[in-house]
Design a protein around this ligand. Structure first.
Ligand code: ASP
Length: 331
């Protein structure tokens, strides 16, 4: 007697979450997608290839979310596409470490459930973010590392590549030109009202073999709950020590700070001034509010929300959000 009731409950719960049920989310009229392509420590224009990439992904993500797709899927697909592009320091475009080989890190978190998945120091994963999703969906664990973790993930279905031919290594030019950006990340709000966030990287230039940064650490670079979804970029060691994205989320939850004030405090005052470390974060609130905070020049970002045109920029848009921002069409 009870079985159909229980089955109906779980089906309703699955539909409400939008997981694996395209078009299921419709309770909220609002959705939004915020992407980033890494921290900028000097004034920089949006390169045409980066603009084209972000605009294409914003259009695809916007269509997915408008049709009721889940925030988790929107984040996973946008990051996977940035990994595949070879244009940024993630997936195919990942940098090499001091020994000349690539190790990638990624993580993913769903705000409504707290479900998380992450991978670190991976040498053969085609899409670290898809592997993080496998961790979340197909294991009872949160974080897999190194060669043995990679072997387990391959058994769970992760696609692997030959590192000798796959990676498009880039060597960041010396200052004042600055380092090529960057780590990639995404935050999304779906029409269930749910948030998700993710981050993927090849790491910081000059890293030693086996070094793991903040990008695969839940609460350091990636965090999502019912109020906010966050993805950070910058010198990962400081984001780990500060539990930076978790700190921002807790400032919002415990102190009731506005999202802009919480992000600015952690990025500009704590990491920027006290730790004197470079970094930036993107944040999306449950009302679709977007915040970009950097203690350098800015961050490559793109945003799209319900009924509003997609924006791509490098400067912080400020408290008024993307409509008040410079779209940087030529700079
Ligand atoms: N946070 C990344 C790391 O430390 C690097 C970056 O965002 O550029 O691995």
């Amino acid at each position: 007697m009870k079985t159909p009731v229980i089955a109906a409950f779980f089906l309703a719960a699955a539909l409400a979450c939008g997981e694996s049920y395209a078009g299921a989310c419709s309770v909220s009229p609002r959705h939004a997608l915020l992407l980033h392509g890494g921290f900028l420590d000097y004034e920089e224009e949006v390169a045409p290839a980066h603009r084209e990439l972000l605009q294409r992904l914003l259009a695809a993500g916007n269509a997915r979310l408008a049709a009721g797709g889940s925030a988790l899927d929107a984040v996973t697909e946008a990051i996977a596409a940035m990994e595949d592009s070879g244009l940024l320091d993630a997936g195919k475009g990942s940098i090499v470490n001091t020994e000349g080989f690539t190790e990638t890190d990624a993580s993913l978190m769903e705000g409504v459930s707290g479900r998380s998945g992450a991978v670190a120091a991976m040498q053969r994963l085609q899409n670290p973010i898809r592997a993080a999703r496998l961790v979340m969906d197909r294991s009872k664990h949160v974080l897999f590392v190194g060669a043995t973790g990679e072997a387990t993930l391959q058994k769970l279905g992760a696609a692997v590549i030959d590192p000798a031919t796959y990676y498009q290594e880039y060597v960041p030019p010396p200052k004042p030109v600055g380092r090529k950006h960057g780590t990639v990340g995404a935050a999304a709000l779906d029409r269930c009202g749910h948030l998700a966030a993710g981050t993927s990287t090849g790491g910081w230039p000059g890293k030693l073999p086996g070094r793991v940064g903040d990008s695969p650490i839940i609460g350091a670079s990636t965090y999502a709950d019912a109020r906010v979804a966050l993805s950070a970029t910058g010198v990962g060691e400081y984001f780990i020590k500060r539990a930076a994205t978790r700190d921002i989320a807790m400032r919002v939850q415990y102190l009731g700070q506005p999202l802009q004030a919480a992000t600015d405090h952690v990025i500009k005052n704590l990491i920027g001034r006290e730790d004197k470390a470079e970094g930036a974060v993107i944040a999306l609130g449950a009302d679709g509010e977007m915040v970009v905070s950097s203690n350098g020049y800015g961050i490559l970002w793109g945003w799209v929300g319900t009924g509003r045109p997609a924006r791509v920029g490098t400067r912080e848009p400020g408290p008024s959000g993307p409509d008040a921002s410079v779209d940087n069409p030529t700079r």
